[in-house]
Design a protein around this ligand. Structure first.
Ligand SMILES: NC(=O)c1ccc[n+]([C@@H]2O[C@H](COP(=O)([O-])OP(=O)(O)OC[C@H]3O[C@@H](n4cnc5c(N)ncnc54)[C@H](OP(=O)(O)O)[C@@H]3O)[C@@H](O)[C@H]2O)c1
Length: 333
């Protein structure tokens, strides 16, 4: 496993991180969750990503149990705040109240005194940015989080936060967690150039487009049993957008490219995001340990220009690049 700096900070993270959205506490049983975490640790993954909202807070509990007994200094544990974790008006968003309450819940569920990175899961259009940043700064000063980051924020939102932090002397954002894959490149035009200049690293999610880029979903055929597209607990909702025959047909055409590169399809997809030097880590998900063992082999892989061009040619119109697609809800959910 290779390691990268998280932005311009002193924190090193495994360039492949393990995340538990949709899986832990929901799609997969606890045993499967634990064997996936064990596989990740065996493969040298030290960076784990979760969120208070995943599986209605159960995902943090499962991860806490799966990592229990590990040397804390050997791990980087990331979580997030913003999406609802309870029925109340203040069980959501980035108000000082919810941030202060949610971090305590996350630490309890994760069985740790601090998280390495605390991330604003979306931009909160109903809370003054200064309030959020001051609360994050307090959490850092209290030692409950070591660094702060954001997820799915637009370039102008990140720039505004940096300006406030500079003016007020608040702790500075070191990371951005956007969706990024061969198919979804919306950060390239605005978020990445700003972050590159400002020393903010990307921790990218769904690098294999939730399983689609493995090529296991075939056009015109039902999804394989047990896959995310068949997850009746709600996981299938997120992958639906990608399940068109046009897109799945083009993905099949990536197979010879992966073969020529000597990689599995999943490895090609993970390696692709890691070619971007502003990416600090690719967060992979898994329902089975074999998937972890397969995907981690993307670490350290270099893809040559010809392979990259062939990927672009095959995916063509299916590639989404519009930076306006990075949007947070106008009102709190
Ligand atoms: N910040 C945000 O808003 C946000 C949003 C989403 C995700 N995330 C983070 O990113 C993490 C990863 O997201 P993701 O799970 O969508 O990532 P992903 O790596 O693109 O997809 C993972 C899923 O693909 C399938 N898969 C993985 N490897 C495979 C292989 N080798 N062969 C066949 N199938 C394979 C598995 O699902 P099946 O076996 O069920 O098919 C697995 O659960 C999350 O856990 C979370 O930490 C963040």
């Amino acid at each position: 496993m290779e390691f990268r700096s998280l932005g311009r900070s002193g924190l090193k993270i495994s360039e492949i991180a393990y995340g538990n959205w949709i899986t832990h506490g929901s799609q997969v049983e606890e045993d499967a969750a634990k064997t996936c975490v064990a596989a990740a640790l065996d493969e040298g993954i030290t960076t784990f990503d979760t969120a208070d909202v995943y599986a209605g807070t159960r995902a943090e509990e499962v991860l806490g149990r799966a990592l229990h007994g590990q040397r804390r200094e050997g791990l980087e544990i990331f979580t997030k705040v913003y999406w609802p974790t309870g029925p109340g008006q203040n069980d959501r968003g980035l108000s000082r109240k919810h941030i202060m309450e949610s971090i305590n819940g996350s630490l309890r569920r994760l069985q740790t005194d601090y998280v390495d990175l605390y991330q604003a899961h979306r931009f909160d259009n109903e809370t003054p940015l200064e309030e959020t940043l001051r609360a994050f700064d307090d959490i850092v000063r209290q030692g409950k989080a070591l660094y702060i980051g954001v997820s799915e924020w637009r370039a102008d939102e990140i720039a505004h936060a940096l300006a406030i932090a500079e003016e007020m002397g608040f702790d500075r954002i070191i990371s951005s967690q956007p969706q990024y894959s061969m198919l979804w490149r919306v950060i390239e035009e605005e978020v990445v150039p700003l972050c590159q200049a400002e020393g903010i690293g990307q921790i990218v999610w769904s690098p294999i487009a939730q399983g689609v880029l493995t090529g296991k979903y075939l056009p015109g055929q039902p999804p394989p049993a047990g896959s995310r597209a068949t997850d009746e607990q709600g996981g299938d909702n997120f992958i639906k957008r990608l399940m068109t025959d046009d897109l799945l047909t083009r993905v099949q055409e990536l197979k010879p490219i992966a073969q020529d590169a000597g990689l599995s399809m999943a490895q090609l997809a993970v390696a692709w995001v890691l070619q971007n030097p502003n990416v600090s880590a690719a967060i992979i998900g898994a329902t089975r340990p074999e998937q972890v063992h397969d995907n981690v082999k993307a670490s350290g892989v270099k893809l040559d220009a010809e392979i990259l061009k062939r990927i672009d040619d095959v995916l063509g119109p299916e590639i989404v690049r519009d930076p306006a697609k990075t949007v947070s809800p106008a009102k709190r959910p």
